[in-house]
Design a protein around this ligand. Structure first.
Ligand code: BTN
Length: 184
């Protein structure tokens, strides 16, 4: 295995570890829908911003496999097949597609030659749009199905996450932009 492959695998492992570390921060229940405020999605944002479609999807797929085999890698230490079909499963599956979706959308906006991601403002906008459309969309659709709720009611419940997620997108984009500016 060559040097850059080892380096990339090490970086991917660090991001996988970050997903697990962020799961240790307790969830905050919102009350009206069975979906809490979590910090773990900041790690998914960083993975999407910095790893690209292939490596980002691979890290998220390994994370989903860890959940599937029962490892307690979700916020509050939950995991297992029940988590992958439970009320919050739509959000977790959306996380799997987020790195590829970000890479796809990033192809349509200007980017500096050789840059990992578009500039701060475009990256912020793309990650925020993906959160509102892909994550909230799939999350609400599955929640509506499982909890026999109206989709629009479920989606509206997600508005409770908007202020916090906006701050998380800001933090993830700031950190990713700083890392990108230091990587040749
Ligand atoms: C789980 O641990 O079961 C997944 C929780 C998903 C929470 C979603 S992710 C998008 C939105 N922002 C939050 O802070 N919480 C929800």
């Amino acid at each position: 295995m060559n040097h850059s492959k080892v380096r990339n695998l090490t970086i991917d492992a660090v991001f996988l570890a970050l997903l697990i570390v962020f799961a240790m921060v307790p969830a905050i229940p919102v009350g009206f829908i069975p979906v809490p405020i979590v910090l773990q999605n900041v790690a998914v944002m960083l993975i999407s911003l910095l790893l690209g479609a292939r490596r980002g999807s691979a890290v998220m797929a390994i994370f989903i496999m860890m959940i599937a085999i029962g490892m307690p890698v979700l916020t509050g230490g939950h995991g297992g097949m029940a988590s992958l079909v439970g009320p919050t499963a739509g959000y977790i599956w959306a996380w799997l597609f987020q790195p590829a979706a970000f890479a796809f959308l990033a192809r349509f906006v200007p980017k500096k030659e050789g840059a990992l991601m578009p500039n701060f403002f475009l990256s912020f906008a793309l990650i925020f749009i993906l959160d509102m459309v892909l994550v909230f969309g799939l999350g609400s659709a599955w929640l509506a199905h499982v909890a026999h709720m109206d989709f629009f009611k479920a989606y509206l419940g997600n508005m409770a996450f908007v202020p916090g997620d906006m701050i998380k997108v800001f933090i993830a984009t700031t950190v990713a932009t700083a890392i990108q500016s230091r990587v040749k």
